[in-house]
Design a protein around this ligand. Structure first.
Ligand code: ZN
Ligand code: FE
Ligand code: FE
Ligand code: ZN
Length: 273
Protein backbone atom coordinates (compact mmCIF):
# COMPACT_ATOMS: atom_id res chain seq x y z
CA UNK A 1 0.00 0.00 0.00
CA UNK A 2 2.76 2.43 0.93
CA UNK A 3 3.99 2.66 -2.60
CA UNK A 4 4.15 5.94 -4.43
CA UNK A 5 3.12 4.29 -7.72
CA UNK A 6 -0.12 2.89 -6.38
CA UNK A 7 -2.26 5.93 -5.67
CA UNK A 8 -1.44 8.50 -8.34
CA UNK A 9 -3.77 11.47 -8.10
CA UNK A 10 -6.10 9.87 -5.56
CA UNK A 11 -7.20 12.08 -2.72
CA UNK A 12 -8.23 10.86 0.69
CA UNK A 13 -10.98 13.29 1.73
CA UNK A 14 -11.79 11.75 5.08
CA UNK A 15 -9.18 11.75 7.83
CA UNK A 16 -9.67 12.56 11.50
CA UNK A 17 -7.09 13.93 13.95
CA UNK A 18 -6.47 14.33 17.68
CA UNK A 19 -8.95 17.23 17.54
CA UNK A 20 -11.94 14.88 17.64
CA UNK A 21 -11.05 13.10 20.88
CA UNK A 22 -11.16 9.57 19.42
CA UNK A 23 -8.41 9.62 16.80
CA UNK A 24 -4.62 9.55 16.94
CA UNK A 25 -2.16 11.71 15.09
CA UNK A 26 -1.42 15.35 14.41
CA UNK A 27 -2.23 16.98 11.12
CA UNK A 28 1.45 16.75 10.15
CA UNK A 29 1.38 12.99 10.81
CA UNK A 30 -1.50 12.58 8.37
CA UNK A 31 0.17 14.66 5.68
CA UNK A 32 3.36 12.59 6.06
CA UNK A 33 1.38 9.36 5.83
CA UNK A 34 -0.45 10.59 2.72
CA UNK A 35 2.90 11.35 1.14
CA UNK A 36 4.20 7.88 1.94
CA UNK A 37 1.04 6.36 0.46
CA UNK A 38 1.68 8.27 -2.76
CA UNK A 39 -1.61 10.12 -2.62
CA UNK A 40 -2.22 13.27 -4.61
CA UNK A 41 -3.87 14.89 -1.63
CA UNK A 42 -5.27 14.55 1.84
CA UNK A 43 -8.41 16.25 3.08
CA UNK A 44 -9.01 16.87 6.74
CA UNK A 45 -12.59 16.11 7.63
CA UNK A 46 -12.76 16.20 11.37
CA UNK A 47 -16.06 16.17 13.23
CA UNK A 48 -17.87 19.47 13.61
CA UNK A 49 -18.98 20.03 17.21
CA UNK A 50 -22.64 19.26 17.87
CA UNK A 51 -25.09 22.09 18.26
CA UNK A 52 -27.38 20.49 20.82
CA UNK A 53 -24.81 18.88 23.13
CA UNK A 54 -21.08 18.65 23.75
CA UNK A 55 -19.26 15.32 23.63
CA UNK A 56 -15.48 15.57 23.57
CA UNK A 57 -15.22 11.86 22.77
CA UNK A 58 -17.00 12.50 19.47
CA UNK A 59 -15.97 15.97 18.29
CA UNK A 60 -13.78 18.98 18.96
CA UNK A 61 -15.35 21.82 20.91
CA UNK A 62 -16.41 25.15 19.40
CA UNK A 63 -13.35 27.05 20.63
CA UNK A 64 -11.15 24.60 18.75
CA UNK A 65 -12.86 24.92 15.37
CA UNK A 66 -11.05 28.13 14.29
CA UNK A 67 -7.74 26.59 15.41
CA UNK A 68 -8.42 23.45 13.39
CA UNK A 69 -9.24 25.55 10.33
CA UNK A 70 -6.13 27.72 10.75
CA UNK A 71 -3.89 24.72 11.20
CA UNK A 72 -5.21 23.00 8.07
CA UNK A 73 -4.93 26.21 6.05
CA UNK A 74 -1.37 26.73 7.24
CA UNK A 75 -0.45 23.24 6.03
CA UNK A 76 -2.38 23.75 2.80
CA UNK A 77 -0.31 26.86 2.11
CA UNK A 78 2.94 25.06 2.82
CA UNK A 79 2.44 21.65 1.23
CA UNK A 80 2.53 21.37 -2.53
CA UNK A 81 2.45 17.59 -2.61
CA UNK A 82 0.37 15.98 -1.30
CA UNK A 83 -2.18 18.77 -1.60
CA UNK A 84 -3.95 19.56 1.67
CA UNK A 85 -7.67 20.27 1.71
CA UNK A 86 -9.98 21.69 4.32
CA UNK A 87 -13.10 19.68 4.97
CA UNK A 88 -15.45 19.11 7.85
CA UNK A 89 -17.73 16.19 8.74
CA UNK A 90 -21.03 17.53 10.00
CA UNK A 91 -23.96 15.61 11.41
CA UNK A 92 -27.34 16.43 9.98
CA UNK A 93 -30.06 16.91 12.56
CA UNK A 94 -33.41 18.21 11.31
CA UNK A 95 -34.04 21.78 12.46
CA UNK A 96 -30.42 22.92 12.59
CA UNK A 97 -30.22 24.06 8.96
CA UNK A 98 -29.88 27.79 9.51
CA UNK A 99 -27.19 27.51 12.14
CA UNK A 100 -25.22 25.08 9.98
CA UNK A 101 -25.56 27.38 6.99
CA UNK A 102 -24.04 30.24 8.98
CA UNK A 103 -21.18 28.07 10.26
CA UNK A 104 -20.30 26.67 6.84
CA UNK A 105 -20.25 30.17 5.39
CA UNK A 106 -17.88 31.37 8.09
CA UNK A 107 -14.96 29.15 7.10
CA UNK A 108 -13.28 28.55 3.72
CA UNK A 109 -14.06 24.85 3.53
CA UNK A 110 -13.17 22.98 0.36
CA UNK A 111 -16.04 20.60 1.08
CA UNK A 112 -18.57 19.68 3.74
CA UNK A 113 -19.42 16.06 4.47
CA UNK A 114 -22.97 15.32 5.55
CA UNK A 115 -23.25 12.38 7.93
CA UNK A 116 -26.09 10.61 9.65
CA UNK A 117 -24.78 8.95 12.81
CA UNK A 118 -27.92 9.53 14.90
CA UNK A 119 -31.50 8.37 14.55
CA UNK A 120 -33.91 9.77 17.10
CA UNK A 121 -31.04 10.52 19.47
CA UNK A 122 -29.40 7.09 19.14
CA UNK A 123 -25.80 7.13 17.93
CA UNK A 124 -26.22 3.90 15.98
CA UNK A 125 -22.64 3.58 14.68
CA UNK A 126 -21.07 4.02 18.12
CA UNK A 127 -19.86 0.70 19.53
CA UNK A 128 -20.79 1.98 23.01
CA UNK A 129 -24.47 1.98 21.96
CA UNK A 130 -24.85 -1.43 20.29
CA UNK A 131 -27.17 -2.91 22.93
CA UNK A 132 -29.93 -0.92 21.23
CA UNK A 133 -29.75 -3.30 18.26
CA UNK A 134 -31.24 -6.08 20.40
CA UNK A 135 -34.86 -6.42 19.38
CA UNK A 136 -34.62 -3.51 16.95
CA UNK A 137 -36.96 -3.35 13.94
CA UNK A 138 -34.13 -3.36 11.40
CA UNK A 139 -36.37 -2.66 8.40
CA UNK A 140 -37.72 0.40 10.16
CA UNK A 141 -34.19 1.46 11.15
CA UNK A 142 -33.06 1.40 7.51
CA UNK A 143 -36.20 3.25 6.42
CA UNK A 144 -35.60 6.02 8.94
CA UNK A 145 -31.94 6.25 7.97
CA UNK A 146 -32.55 6.65 4.23
CA UNK A 147 -35.46 9.05 4.81
CA UNK A 148 -33.09 11.22 6.84
CA UNK A 149 -30.61 11.12 3.97
CA UNK A 150 -33.27 12.57 1.68
CA UNK A 151 -33.96 15.32 4.23
CA UNK A 152 -30.24 15.99 4.54
CA UNK A 153 -29.78 16.23 0.76
CA UNK A 154 -32.67 18.63 0.16
CA UNK A 155 -31.22 21.13 2.66
CA UNK A 156 -28.56 21.82 0.01
CA UNK A 157 -26.07 22.32 2.85
CA UNK A 158 -23.69 19.47 2.13
CA UNK A 159 -21.30 18.44 -0.64
CA UNK A 160 -20.81 14.75 0.11
CA UNK A 161 -22.95 11.94 1.49
CA UNK A 162 -20.57 10.24 3.95
CA UNK A 163 -20.34 6.45 4.42
CA UNK A 164 -23.61 5.92 2.54
CA UNK A 165 -24.76 2.54 3.88
CA UNK A 166 -23.48 3.03 7.43
CA UNK A 167 -26.43 1.13 9.01
CA UNK A 168 -24.74 -2.14 7.96
CA UNK A 169 -21.72 -1.41 10.22
CA UNK A 170 -22.63 -4.01 12.86
CA UNK A 171 -24.03 -6.45 10.26
CA UNK A 172 -27.72 -5.82 10.92
CA UNK A 173 -29.44 -6.18 7.56
CA UNK A 174 -33.02 -5.57 6.47
CA UNK A 175 -35.09 -8.48 5.11
CA UNK A 176 -34.69 -7.20 1.56
CA UNK A 177 -32.17 -4.89 -0.06
CA UNK A 178 -33.67 -1.42 0.43
CA UNK A 179 -33.55 -0.60 -3.29
CA UNK A 180 -36.39 1.93 -3.32
CA UNK A 181 -35.06 3.76 -0.27
CA UNK A 182 -31.59 3.96 -1.80
CA UNK A 183 -33.00 5.12 -5.14
CA UNK A 184 -34.94 7.90 -3.44
CA UNK A 185 -31.88 8.93 -1.46
CA UNK A 186 -29.67 9.00 -4.56
CA UNK A 187 -32.26 10.95 -6.50
CA UNK A 188 -32.16 13.64 -3.80
CA UNK A 189 -28.36 13.49 -3.69
CA UNK A 190 -28.19 13.96 -7.47
CA UNK A 191 -30.78 16.74 -7.51
CA UNK A 192 -28.78 18.68 -4.94
CA UNK A 193 -25.42 18.32 -6.64
CA UNK A 194 -23.90 16.14 -3.95
CA UNK A 195 -21.27 13.44 -4.35
CA UNK A 196 -21.21 9.99 -2.83
CA UNK A 197 -18.32 8.97 -0.63
CA UNK A 198 -16.61 5.64 -1.27
CA UNK A 199 -15.40 4.98 2.26
CA UNK A 200 -12.89 2.19 2.91
CA UNK A 201 -13.32 2.52 6.68
CA UNK A 202 -16.03 -0.14 6.60
CA UNK A 203 -13.36 -2.72 5.80
CA UNK A 204 -11.96 -2.17 9.30
CA UNK A 205 -15.37 -2.47 10.97
CA UNK A 206 -17.43 -5.59 11.86
CA UNK A 207 -19.14 -5.50 8.45
CA UNK A 208 -15.78 -5.78 6.68
CA UNK A 209 -16.99 -4.04 3.51
CA UNK A 210 -16.50 -0.73 1.75
CA UNK A 211 -19.37 1.77 2.16
CA UNK A 212 -21.37 1.66 -0.08
CA UNK A 213 -22.02 -1.75 -1.59
CA UNK A 214 -21.58 -2.31 -5.35
CA UNK A 215 -25.33 -2.31 -6.14
CA UNK A 216 -25.62 1.14 -4.57
CA UNK A 217 -22.66 2.36 -6.62
CA UNK A 218 -24.34 1.08 -9.77
CA UNK A 219 -27.53 3.00 -9.02
CA UNK A 220 -25.48 6.08 -8.14
CA UNK A 221 -23.60 5.87 -11.41
CA UNK A 222 -26.84 5.60 -13.39
CA UNK A 223 -28.21 8.59 -11.46
CA UNK A 224 -25.11 10.62 -12.44
CA UNK A 225 -23.85 11.00 -8.88
CA UNK A 226 -20.08 11.59 -8.72
CA UNK A 227 -17.93 9.79 -6.18
CA UNK A 228 -15.03 10.82 -3.99
CA UNK A 229 -12.72 8.64 -1.92
CA UNK A 230 -12.24 8.58 1.84
CA UNK A 231 -10.53 6.24 4.30
CA UNK A 232 -12.16 7.56 7.48
CA UNK A 233 -8.71 7.13 9.02
CA UNK A 234 -8.60 7.71 12.76
CA UNK A 235 -4.90 6.76 12.74
CA UNK A 236 -2.28 8.11 10.31
CA UNK A 237 -1.39 4.60 9.12
CA UNK A 238 -4.86 4.25 7.54
CA UNK A 239 -4.60 7.21 5.17
CA UNK A 240 -5.42 5.93 1.70
CA UNK A 241 -6.10 2.43 3.08
CA UNK A 242 -7.47 -0.01 0.48
CA UNK A 243 -7.80 2.69 -2.18
CA UNK A 244 -6.55 0.29 -4.85
CA UNK A 245 -9.46 -2.00 -3.99
CA UNK A 246 -11.84 0.97 -3.92
CA UNK A 247 -10.79 2.03 -7.43
CA UNK A 248 -11.45 -1.49 -8.73
CA UNK A 249 -14.84 -1.46 -7.05
CA UNK A 250 -15.97 1.83 -8.57
CA UNK A 251 -14.61 0.88 -12.00
CA UNK A 252 -16.59 -2.35 -11.97
CA UNK A 253 -19.67 -0.32 -11.03
CA UNK A 254 -19.25 1.74 -14.19
CA UNK A 255 -17.35 4.80 -12.95
CA UNK A 256 -14.54 6.32 -14.99
CA UNK A 257 -13.95 9.41 -12.89
CA UNK A 258 -13.91 10.65 -9.33
CA UNK A 259 -14.05 14.11 -7.85
CA UNK A 260 -12.23 16.29 -5.41
CA UNK A 261 -13.33 19.72 -4.19
CA UNK A 262 -12.01 23.23 -4.11
CA UNK A 263 -13.94 26.03 -2.46
CA UNK A 264 -17.02 23.79 -2.25
CA UNK A 265 -17.02 23.00 -5.97
CA UNK A 266 -16.41 19.53 -7.37
CA UNK A 267 -13.42 19.04 -9.67
CA UNK A 268 -13.59 15.95 -11.86
CA UNK A 269 -10.52 13.71 -12.16
CA UNK A 270 -9.84 10.59 -14.17
CA UNK A 271 -9.60 7.32 -12.28
CA UNK A 272 -6.15 5.73 -12.38
CA UNK A 273 -6.04 2.56 -14.48
ZN1 ZN B 1 -14.64 9.87 14.05
FE1 FE C 1 -18.93 9.55 10.14
FE1 FE D 1 -15.38 10.34 9.83
ZN1 ZN E 1 -16.99 8.82 9.51
Amino acid sequence: MKNSEENPKLIDHHVHTIYCGHAEGTLEDYVASAGEAGLGGVGFCDHLPFLAFEDRSLAMCWEELPRYVDEVLRLAGKEKSPAVKLGIEADYFPGQEETLYAIFRNFPFDYVYGSIHFIEGWGFDDSRNVEKYEGLDVNDFYRKYYNLVVEMAVTGLFDVWAHPDLPKKFRYRPDNQPVELVEAALEAIAANGMALEVNTGGLRKPVGEVYPEPWILEIANRAGVPICFGSDAHKPEYVGAAFVEAVKLVRSSGYESHVTFKGRRPVELELPT
